[in-house]
Design a protein around this ligand. Structure first.
Ligand code: BEZ
Ligand code: FE
Length: 274
C-alpha cells in the first residue's frame, strides 16, 4: 500500500469531512510528487503559512486574500452562487449608515461624482421592492474608508423603491491594488503578478424569498479587466460608466463640473431562507 493510500484510508468515514479530506490528501500528494517538492520548499511553505497566520487578525484576513489571489474564492463563488455573483472582498462593514433613495454616500471620498441607478429584479424581470442593498467602494486614491482616517465614506445601505428601483450618488470608482504589505503581496511580487483590481462598486443585496447576492459592477474599458488580481470579473458585470459635462443630473442636481453615471440591474435568484 502506498503512503498516499494509507493516509487516504485513515479518513475512513462516510461523512462529508472524511470525503473532503480523502480528496485533499490525494491532490496534495499528487501536487508534491508533480513538483518533486524539496524539504527546503516544504519549510518555506510552512513559514509562508505561519506568517500569513501572524498577520491575520479581526481586521485583516490574509488567508482569504491568499484564497482570492489563487482564484479559490472566485471558484467557490462560481460553484455555489448565481452567475452574476463575485468575490466579497475584505472591506464590507456591517451596519453602514442608511441613506434614502437618491441619497449621497460620498462623505469625504475623493472623485468625480457618479449617479448609480438600476432595478432590483428577479431573473424573469419582476421588480423586487424593498430589497436591502449595501454598497461600498474605494475612492479615486484607491482606498476604502476603513483604510484611511475619517468617517464613513463611499459606503451605505439603502432599500429599493416600490418599483424595484434604486439610485444614489457616490464617486466614479478607480482601479486600486489589493493589500501588498504581507506575505500574499510578497508572493505576487516574486511571481511577477500585478496587484491591481479593475474599478468596481460592491453590492450586497438581500430580499425575502431570494438568495443573497454579492456582486460588483465593473467599469467597461478599465485597463485591468483582463488581469484582476483576484479573478472576480464576469462578463455580465462589466458596464459602461457614462461621462457627462457640467449640467443637470437625472434627479435635478446641478453639477458644476464633470460627472458620471451608471445603470446596473441587480438580478436575484429565487430561493434562500429569508
Ligand atoms: C475588494 O474588491 O475589495 C477586494 C477583493 C479581494 C481582495 C482584496 C480586495
Ligand atoms: Fe473592492
Amino acid at each position: 500500500m502506498t503512503l498516499t493510500d494509507q493516509v487516504v484510508d485513515s479518513f475512513g468515514g462516510d461523512d462529508r469531512l472524511s470525503h473532503v479530506m480523502r480528496s485533499l490528501v490525494r491532490h496534495l500528494h499528487a501536487f508534491a510528487e508533480d513538483v518533486r517538492l524539496t524539504e527546503a520548499e516544504w519549510a518555506k511553505a510552512i513559514d509562508f503559512l505561519t506568517r500569513t497566520g501572524h498577520i491575520t487578525d479581526d481586521r485583516r484576513q490574509e488567508f482569504i486574500l491568499l484564497s482570492d489571489v489563487l482564484g479559490l474564492s472566485m471558484l467557490t463563488v462560481a460553484l455555489n452562487g448565481s452567475d452574476n455573483a463575485t468575490v466579497f472582498g475584505p472591506f464590507f462593514v456591517e451596519g453602514a449608515p442608511e441613506v434614502p433613495l437618491g441619497g449621497d454616500i460620498t462623505g469625504d471620498a475623493h472623485g468625480v461624482p457618479c449617479w448609480v441607478s438600476g432595478t432590483v429584479r428577479s431573473k424573469d424581470g419582476t421588480p423586487i421592492p424593498d430589497a436591502r442593498i449595501d454598497v461600498w467602494e474605494a475612492d479615486d486614491n484607491g482606498l476604502y474608508d476603513v483604510q484611511r482616517d475619517g468617517g464613513v465614506a463611499g459606503r451605505g445601505r439603502l432599500r429599493s423603491g416600490p418599483d424595484g428601483g434604486y439610485r444614489f450618488w457616490s464617486v466614479r470608482p478607480s482601479p486600486y491594488p489589493i493589500p501588498m504589505d504581507g506575505p500574499v503581496g510578497e508572493l505576487l511580487a516574486k511571481t511577477g503578478r500585478g496587484p491591481m483590481r479593475p474599478a468596481h462598486i460592491h453590492f450586497k443585496v438581500e430580499a425575502p424569498g431570494y438568495r443573497p447576492l454579492i456582486t460588483h459592477v465593473f467599469a467597461a474599458g478599465d485597463p485591468y479587466l483582463e488581469t484582476d488580481a483576484v479573478f472576480g470579473v464576469r462578463e455580465g458585470l462589466v458596464t459602461t460608466f457614462e461621462e457627462h459635462q457640467a449640467g443637470v443630473a437625472p434627479d435635478g442636481r446641478e453639477l458644476t463640473g464633470p460627472w458620471a453615471s451608471v445603470e446596473f440591474d441587480l438580478v436575484l435568484t429565487s430561493g434562500g431562507d429569508h
